[in-house]
Write a protein that binds this ligand. Structure first.
Ligand SMILES: [Zn+2]
Length: 323
């Protein structure tokens, strides 16, 4: 995979925000709900990503791309697969129950536990992505490449139905189990190469370079005051914010768990919620450490890149985020 499955920034930020707010904070419930929704979506994408690992190496797979459309709005794709002959956009869904693709009035009706719910038709959604990607390729001066679209449902226990006479849409809808077979069937439709090796490499590089991950300022988005964030190091065992540093290690006053590196997650939380770099003073305040020297040793030991001198030295924390 040229861009493997990585948890999205918003998911990491919501998780950090939830653990840094008191249990009874008024925004806590909404944050937890939104986190669970994103996590379900990501788990579905990750399970589809596992299947895609079986594709031969001529298939260049990108997870979660967000590209700009004609310099203005962004469009997002769960997976984009590129070969020299054609490409495929995959939209991942996590529907359980019975899905009815209504073609008389384009919408998707999901029935689960006797309850009906209507959704935007994902077939329309992928058509929009297809036309945006087509524009994007033209804008970046690539030869036009045939674009196929697939909707992959990550949930295995789903029954799919459609309006009589519209069964060809089943070609575009797949479960996890039949995904690779569908891709190989599509391959037969495009026997000729559209891109040279050189163009294909330039395309992959341009995609990676132009990808702009959604990275919201989470405090602003949820209107949470920075002062509401709970400080100090969190216990990796019992999640209490009651760790104290003594004789080279952290120990939890709640459950007595001891750890040498519990501060790393706290620094990661700082990076996700406040800003991507930290000074000794800011770190002491957030980790609740009194000694400048101890803080200095802890930050130096992490071998983080830094800028500035003496007390203005700011350590970059980005490298800790995806660990
Ligand atoms: Zn503990």
């Amino acid at each position: 995979m040229l861009k493997p499955c990585e948890r999205p920034m918003k998911m990491l930020k919501l998780e950090a925000l939830s653990r840094r707010l008191s249990a009874n904070h008024p925004k806590q419930e909404r944050i937890k709900n939104d986190f669970r929704k994103i996590r379900t979506g990501f788990n579905g994408e990750r399970s589809i990503g596992k299947e895609l690992k079986d594709l031969p190496k001529e298939y260049r797979v990108f997870h979660d791309l967000r590209l700009d459309h004609a310099g203005s709005r962004y469009f997002q794709m769960d997976f984009l697969i590129i070969t020299r002959n054609y490409c495929i956009i995959i939209e991942v869904k996590n529907f359980a129950g019975t899905l009815y693709f209504d073609r008389t009035y384009p919408q998707l009706i999901r029935t689960k536990d006797g309850q009906e719910q209507a959704y935007l038709d994902p077939l329309i959604q992928v058509d929009v992505q297809k036309s945006r990607l087509n524009d994007w390729l033209t804008f970046h001066k690539f030869p036009s490449l045939p674009i196929e679209t697939l909707i992959a449902n990550a949930n295995s226990n789903t029954i799919i139905k459609t309006t009589p006479g519209f069964t060809p849409i089943f070609k575009k809808i797949t479960g996890k189990e039949t995904l690779i077979t569908k891709i190989h069937t599509l391959e037969e439709k495009y026997p000729s190469e559209q891109l040279t090796q050189r163009q294909s490499t330039r395309l992959s590089n341009t995609i990676l370079q132009k990808n702009t991950p959604h990275n919201p300022d989470i405090l602003k988005l949820y209107q949470v005051d920075e002062q509401d964030l709970l400080k100090s190091v969190q216990c990796p065992e019992c999640a209490a914010l009651h760790m104290h540093y003594h004789w080279g290690k952290w120990s939890c006053s709640q459950c007595s768990y001891a750890s040498k590196d519990a501060h790393i997650q706290t620094l990661r939380d700082f990076a996700l919620l406040i800003k991507p770099n930290i000074t000794n003073k800011q770190a002491r305040l957030f980790l609740q450490i009194d000694s400048i020297d101890i803080m200095q040793r802890m930050l130096s030991a992490l071998e983080l890149p830094y800028s500035g001198q003496f007390k203005n030295r700011a350590y970059r924390l980005d490298g800790l985020i995806h660990e």
